[in-house]
Design a protein around this ligand. Sequence first.
Ligand code: SF4
Length: 340
Amino acid sequence: MSAREEIVPVFVPHLGCPHDCVFCNQRRISGRQEPATAETVHMAIAQAAALPRTGAKRQLAFYGGSFTAVPFPLQETLLGAAREGIEAGVIDSIRLSTRPDAVDESVLRRLRAYGVETVELGAQSMDDEVLRLSRRGHTAADVEKAAGLVRAAGFQLILQMMTGLPGDTDDKCLRTAEKLIALRPDGVRIYPAVIVRGTELCELWKAGEYREHTVEDAVRVCARLLPLFEAAGIPVIRLGLNPTEELSAGAAVGGAYHPALGELVKSRVWLDRARGLLAGTAPGSRATLRVHPTRLSQMLGQRRANVETLREEFSLRELRVLPGAAGRNELLVEIDPPEI
Ligand code: SF4
């Protein structure tokens, strides 16, 4: 998703989903929520219509469940209501998220007819053992097939992956990223696992059968994933669950829930880059790192944590981090060795 896109969200609860992924609390939430109706969509469109157009592309987004697994008449009702928004010139297109095993050619033809432009597939992992332990109910091959169909039908393809699922490792996450890159998506979302109260994951964790994927675990592995997607020219359009009142008020009982996870990861990417450049530096040296001014706070880290870490790790006498004539993803280093 580019900065020139505005999202008009419509939440579609678990409703159509026949599965119960260990990390998902949609069933619990949807028990308390009214299913989306044409009226829900009309209201979202009316709210969008009241806002001035900024020139950004406006997409109505069906999120929250597996849209194409929702009973067909309800899909038609929701899509029909959304299409009215397109016809009225209030929104420009529709996006939705679904499961890889809930799309085929006829499903995609129907979406196309209603003005859907972007399809997000929840891949979560490309490791079949991780998918099985997470009770996803589909395989990596299903993801590959669905992604191919979505691309062949001319939709924008967004793939979602998770880190820290049951049976997952950093290496498995890296292999998942490589396999997703090979599917040539237009963007990815990365969601490190959060333990949400009321989920099976929470029960497994309490029973000692699941090791929590901490914020530090997520930052470590995502700092290796981000450069892979970047190098492949694939934008990471979201990193970490969107903070919500419910999660912040205690529904997130463990795992990688942090309102600024994306910033923590970017900061770690710069720390890792600096480590690479400073490798072999003689203890007692003075070092200066220069970054593009817009990257300064990421290089410094929260409360200058990166500076302190590097100074200690490399026993530097001084480490300065300055804005300079570096490219946006460039890190320049100058080292003054200690006088002998
Ligand atoms: S497929 Fe999606 S909506 Fe269904 S249980 Fe899994 S995460 Fe939840």
